[in-house]
Design a protein around this ligand. Structure first.
Ligand code: GLU
Length: 280
């Protein structure tokens, strides 16, 4: 039985891009189960009122999920800030395999790690292999402690997968992406660890999300492998851009589901109409 998910981060109101990606996720999970998960690890930017608004807006659009923060279910809690014990457990599993190591790096780098690295912000410099800790570093640790932890990527290895919507993909470890953060020194898991931990725990069989996360998928595949878990299949939706070709996330004024609804647009229009019509 297929299990899909939608996993909004409540840092603001959802916009038409979210609406369309989530509707696609719901559609692809229509014959199975759709899980709703709130990804609110970034306490500085996430707000409970946005989490509540996201649920309300998606219900108004007509999306239906059978597991989630509002309806419960067998894999809860469905709110990441309530799942820290599980993330710690996954840190421990990774640490036991020697796949990760403690690392001190700039604050900016750490701040960025909590939320998914969408498109242009993913152009972060490749972590230089020369700065890696030696193999075996951190092997005695029982706790992550007040230190960042990174995943040691297999330099030169091509991570390939077939995306249901984007076709065959290939990224080279150490060239397209470097050692990435899995744990932050403030005691929280980084996005890549949290999302893999939860997609696995919630039995997700297909991940549907924006194409700006294709590179993250390569990182996540390495985590699945290190953990000995079967990876889900992937479907990355094309990004919705405005007339100037800018991603909606950066320019959502007038295009939040909320505003469109207040302007009298219907769910069908929010999901299907050309953007210029929605803005008009
Ligand atoms: N909460 C993440 C985001 O909003 C979801 C990323 C994902 O679907 O893996 O970007």
């Amino acid at each position: 039985m297929s299990r899909g998910r939608i996993a909004p981060t409540p840092t603001g109101y959802l916009h038409v891009g979210h609406a369309r990606t989530f509707a696609l996720a719901a559609d692809r999970a229509a014959s199975g189960t759709l899980v709703y998960r709130t990804e609110d690890l970034d306490a500085g930017r996430c707000r409970p009122e946005f989490a509540a608004a996201a649920i309300e807006d998606l219900c108004w659009l007509g999306l239906k999920w059978t597991e989630g923060p509002d309806v419960g279910g067998p894999h809860g809690p469905y709110v990441q800030s309530q799942r820290l014990t599980w993330f710690r457990d996954v840190w421990q599993r990774l640490q036991a395999t020697g796949a990760i190591y403690p690392c001190d790096k700039s604050r900016k780098d750490v701040e960025r790690s909590l939320t998914a690295p969408h498109a242009e912000d993913d152009a972060e410099p490749i972590f230089p292999a020369a700065l890696r800790a030696p193999v075996g570093a951190g092997q005695d640790a029982r706790e992550p402690g007040p230190t960042n932890w990174r995943f040691r990527v297999p330099d030169g290895e091509t991570i390939a997968f077939v995306d249901a919507l984007q076709g065959p993909q290939a990224f080279v470890a150490g060239r397209d992406f470097g050692d990435f953060l899995v744990w932050r020194k403030d005691g929280l898991p980084a996005y890549e660890l949290a999302v893999v931990a939860d997609d696995h725990a919630m039995g997700i069989t297909e991940v549907v999300r924006g194409a700006d996360l294709l590179l993250s998928t390569a990182r996540q595949l390495l985590l699945y492998r290190a953990l000995g878990w079967a990876a889900p299949s992937w479907a990355h939706a094309p990004l919705i851009v405005d007339a100037e070709g800018k991603r909606l996330a950066k320019r959502s004024a007038g295009l939040s589901i909320r505003e469109l609804r207040q302007k009298g647009k219907t769910p069908e229009e929010v999901l299907m109409a050309p953007l210029r019509q929605l803005l008009g």
